[in-house]
Design a protein around this ligand. Structure first.
Ligand SMILES: N[C@@H](CCC[C@H](N)C(=O)O)C(=O)O
Length: 260
């Protein structure tokens, strides 16, 4: 079987062309976890299948590196668009179905890929002005800190991820700091159960939390976000408490392909 390796700002994935729709019969959760293992397998934060779909350019099926299917992956969404393009599925604008619903995506002149994310309205603030919890396709805990690069992401992220009320379903934990111009972010991902170099739904959640925290009125926003594996940005519009027209932009790069 041919596999393809891609990354989006260091968030890396194994991609499989499953347009025939037969691959899921060939592996189970333990096999995916084995392939994603960084010492005994190919190594990746997740695995995706690109499936044919009658109403969309393709369907994205996503698994975390623990081998279990999970919720939306923003960097995965951007990488699977690049994969579709590399497979010869050429579009001005892509339209694909993911676990959280339909998405549009575009290849930008810079070479980056921009992915439309679902609207967000429900945001809770367990610690006002410091901690925000919201779902951008995947659930995120956003904690504003002095310097995200100084946080022990594995220890502190894991402690929050396994604390009540999050332990059962899990949550992705993001430490975010700002210099007033851009955000810096470090993320602990559930299902990988470790720090990853970037998380697209996490970057989207951090940008929304930063806009909310700034108290700005309705209007368009553009938030650059520095993840440990690369630079991303989120564009959007705040209207009557609803974050809409959300586009996540950043690199999505083919690394190599191989056989197993
Ligand atoms: N890396 C992803 C998020 C993947 C899903 C997450 N680990 C979860 O299970 O919630 C991204 O780029 O958004």
């Amino acid at each position: 079987m041919t596999f393809h390796k891609y990354h989006g700002a260091g968030n890396d994935f194994i991609l499989l062309d499953d347009r025939a729709g037969t691959l899921h019969q060939q592996f189970d959760q333990a096999t995916i976890a084995h392939w994603c293992h960084r010492r005994f397998g190919i190594g990746a934060d997740g695995l995706m299948l690109l499936r044919a779909h009658p109403d969309y350019d393709f369907e994205m099926i996503y698994y975390n590196s623990d081998g279990a299917p999970s919720s939306m992956c923003g960097n995965g969404g951007r990488c699977i668009v690049r994969f579709a393009h590399d497979l010869g599925i050429a579009r001005e604008e892509y339209s694909f179905l993911a676990v959280d619903g339909p998405h549009r995506a575009k290849l930008l002149n810079t070479g980056d890929i921009s992915l439309e994310m679902l609207d967000v309205e429900d945001i809770s603030e367990p610690e006002p002005d410091k901690v925000f919890v919201l779902d951008t396709g995947s659930p995120h805990y956003i904690s504003f800190v002095e310097d995200s690069n100084q946080v022990d992401v594995y220890a502190e992220g894991r402690a929050i991820r396994y604390s009540e009320p999050y332990a059962k379903e899990g949550i992705n934990v993001n430490f975010v700091s700002t210099d007033g111009k851009q955000l810096s972010i470090a993320t602990y991902e559930r299902g990988v159960e470790d720090e990853t170099l970037a998380c697209g739904t996490g970057v989207t959640a951090a940008a929304i939390a930063a806009v909310r925290r700034s108290g700005i009125a309705d209007g368009a926003f553009h938030v650059p976000v520095k993840a440990k594996g690369g630079d991303l940005a989120v564009r959007g519009v705040l209207r009557d408490g609803r974050y809409t027209s959300l586009w996540l932009e950043g690199p999505a790069v083919r690394v190599f392909e191989g056989e197993f």
